[in-house]
Design a protein around this ligand. Structure first.
Ligand SMILES: *Cc1c(COP(=O)(O)O)cnc(C)c1O
Length: 354
């Protein structure tokens, strides 16, 4: 793929690496490529970061034909820059797009575009402990025409932002509210895709949780509100009597790259991982009879997020005294060790950019 490069006349000042937060500082450049019915994908370019101009009748503004991805570039102690399983993000986006009737952005092009942009922005990949460059590929319908239909033109873009350590002082367990009224996804819907609409529909649940003093929502299945599925932007795993439980990938749950990687690690360590439906009643029961040992969310942003408390209706369980569990910590140390090149990567998960 030929990528045109347009140099910026003004580079931004880099933010303090100790106060990056998440998603606040965008880098100098972005990758853009266009698709239309007659020309397929064309005009790959890396250009100065700038606003996108859209016609008010643009399809995405009315019918939310939009998908996205999220991955990171990590700087190793030796100054190398590496990605973590970017092919999985590429394939997931192809699956998301297929569900939304959007054209596929081919896997090799996806990885090549990410690498090219990260190379241009290599000075933006931070070096402070636990920092990284968050990469956000996304795609949306650009055609201007009202009426719900498959659009005739789309844009694929990638933007990046340096991000800080998710937890300022090590892993910090969060409190989670089980949502018993609103639902996130149903079979046959778009739950397995990373499409903008899924998140628009989830904000009300998040607002409700925050009002009650909870950090996140745990969604139940959309049909019976009986089985645990996932958290807002994380998959979730439970350690019950020594075995791991997590919701199966059957159309309603997002197939997380972190989830898949943790399952690999856990099985290699000899754990039984049950990708099966777990009812909220059985989960709360395990919380009360002492067999619920650890709970953690998994996702690219935080890697692992220990859960210290679960509330379902008026029932509350505290997990592991509200402290980070041993296995949770080991998973975090191992996965981040591989991502930052601190420990060997026997799985071939890391992809070198430079
Ligand atoms: C992105 C996301 C995840 C986590 O996926 P990763 O590939 O591990 O980052 C889980 N659930 C939802 C709803 C998500 O949007």
């Amino acid at each position: 793929m030929e990528i045109r490069f347009e140099k910026s006349s003004h580079l931004k000042e880099k933010p303090d690496q100790k106060n990056l937060g998440f998603g606040k500082y965008m880098t100098d450049y972005m990758f853009v490529m266009d698709w239309d019915k007659d020309k397929d994908w064309h005009d790959a370019r890396i250009v100065p970061y700038e606003p996108v101009t859209l016609d008010p009748a643009c399809v995405v503004l009315h019918y939310a034909q939009e998908t996205f991805e999220g991955l990171k570039a990590y700087r190793t102690a030796e100054g190398k820059i590496q990605l973590f399983r970017p092919q999985m993000n590429a394939r997931r986006m192809i699956n998301s797009n297929a569900r939304l009737c959007m054209p596929a952005f081919p896997e090799e092009m996806f990885v090549e575009a990410v690498k090219a942009l990260v190379k241009v922005e290599e000075d933006w990949v931070p070096s402070e402990p636990d920092t990284s460059l968050y990469i956000r590929p996304f795609m949306f319908a650009t055609e201007s025409a009202l009426g719900v239909h498959m659009a005739t033109s789309y844009k694929f873009m990638i933007i990046c932002c340096p991000v800080g350590a998710y937890y300022a002082t090590g892993l910090d367990p969060v409190k989670i509210l089980v949502e018993d009224e609103l639902v996130r996804a149903v079979k046959g819907g778009t739950g397995f895709t990373k499409c903008g609409g899924n998140y628009a529909g989830s904000i009300l649940g998040q607002v409700k949780a925050e009002k009650l003093g909870y950090a996140q929502v745990l969604w139940l299945d959309g049909e019976q509100r009986k089985y645990v599925e996932e958290v807002g932007t994380m998959n979730i795993m439970f350690k019950i009597a020594g075995e791991i439980y997590t919701a199966p990938i059957e159309g309603t749950v997002l197939p997380g790259v972190t989830r898949d990687s943790m399952i690999h690690l856990l099985r290699d360590w000899g754990y039984k991982v049950n990708e099966t439906r777990l009812s909220i009643d059985d989960l709360m029961k395990a919380g009360h009879d002492g067999t619920l040992e650890e709970v953690y969310g998994t996702g690219t942003a935080a890697v692992i997020s220990p859960v210290g408390e679960l509330r379902y209706k008026d029932d509350v369980v505290v997990i592991n005294d509200g402290k980070t569990g041993e296995l949770t910590q080991k998973l975090y140390d191992t996965l981040t060790g591989i991502q930052w090149g601190k420990i060997a990567d026997p799985y071939g998960w890391t992809v070198e950019v430079k």
